[in-house]
Design a protein around this ligand. Sequence first.
Ligand code: PLP
Length: 394
Amino acid sequence: MINERMFGLGSQPNPIRVQYAYGLQRKAEIGEENVFDMSIGNPSIPAPAAVRERIEQLLRDEAPEVLHGYTMAAGLASARQAVADNLRERFGIQATAANVYLTAGATAALYITAAAITHPGDEIIVNAPYFTEYKVMTESAGCTCVEVPMRQTDFQLDIDALREAINPKTAAIVINSPNNPVGCIYTQENIEALAAMMTEKEEELGHPIYLISDEPYREITYGKEVPFAANFYRDTIVCYSWAKSLSLPGERIGYIYVSDNIPNASEVAAAVGGAGRALGFICAPVLFQRVIETCISEPTNVDAYASNRELLTGMLDELGYTYIQPDGAFYLWVKALEDDSQAFCDKAKAHDLLLVQSDCFGVSGWARASYCVSAECIKNSRKAWAALKADYDA
Ligand code: PLP
C-alpha cells in the first residue's frame, strides 16, 4: 500500500512548482513574452564564467573514471577545506574540513540537519512567513512545525513570541536571512537578542536548542550587512547552497557547517553523517564539488536583481500596491488586494501574471513575486499588474 502522506505530497505539489509548470505550458501556448512568470526563484543572472571554464578544464584534463567517481559521503576533503577556508576568511570563525558536510543543495542540508538533531515528537519553530518546505522537512523528521509570526511592523524575529513558543519539546529554531519570501535581513541586534533568549532557554530546559540558519541568499543583498548567526549563537548549524549565489540551482550543491563551538560538536557532526546516510544524501554531485574548490570566492553579481527591484517597486508604487521593501534575496512580498491570497493569485493568473499565494508560506493575505526574471518581463508585466488592480477598483 502506498504511503498516504507521500501520496498527499506528490498529488498536491508545492504551489510554487504548480505555478511554474503552468507558466511553461502557457508560454508554449501564447508566447514567452506574454507570460509574466514571477513564481519560482530560478536566478536570471548566469553563473560566473569561471564555473564554465572550470567544468571545461575538468572534462579536458581529468580521467573520467576519477572525475565522476564517488567521493566520501561528506564530500572531497579539498572541497570541504575550500568551504572552511572561505568561512574562516569571511567570518573569522574556526573551521576545518571536518566541520563541513557537502550536500545536494540547501534542501538536503536542511533535511539532514533536522533528522540529525531531533527525535520524533520534538518541535521545530519556524518564523512565518517561511520557506514552504520547512514544514515538509519538519514533519519528515516526525516533528511538529510550530509557526511563530515575524514582527509585522518590521519583519524582524519576534523574540518574545519565540520565547513563548519554546517548551521542553523544542529542538530547534529555523531562521532564513536574507529571507524568502519577505526579503528582510535580520539585524545584528535582532540576532543578538535571539541568541541571548535561546541561551537562557537552553539553560532553563537543560538541553540544546539548535539554531538552523538557512542561508542560500547570504550574498544576495542590496547594501545591508547579513550577520553570520554562528558568530552570535553557540549552537548554530548553517545550511547553505550555491543555488542563488552562483546561479546553480539545478546542480544541487550546498553544505552543512557544524561549528566546533557546539559542546558535543563531533557527535553532532557524526549525527549529520548518519542522517545523510539514513536519508540517502551521500556524496554531493561530484562535478560541482570540484567547481566549488576553485569558484567558491567568485563574487555574486546582484546588479540585475537590484535594478529589477527598483523597476518592480517603482511600478507597484505608481499603481498603488503595498509591499515590503526587500533588503535581500529576490522576492517581493506584496499585500494581496483581498484576504484570500489564492483568489488574488488566480485573478493575477487570468492576466498571465504568475505569483505565489502566501498560505504556503504560513500566512494569509499576501503574495510573492520573484523578480529574478528579465527586466523586459518586469516592464511588460505592468499591464497585468494594472489590470489586476483595476479588477479590484471596479
Ligand atoms: N531555503 C530557502 C529559503 C530557499 O528559498 C530555497 C530555494 O529556493 C532552499 C532552501 C532550497 O535550496 P536548494 O535549491 O539549494 O535546495
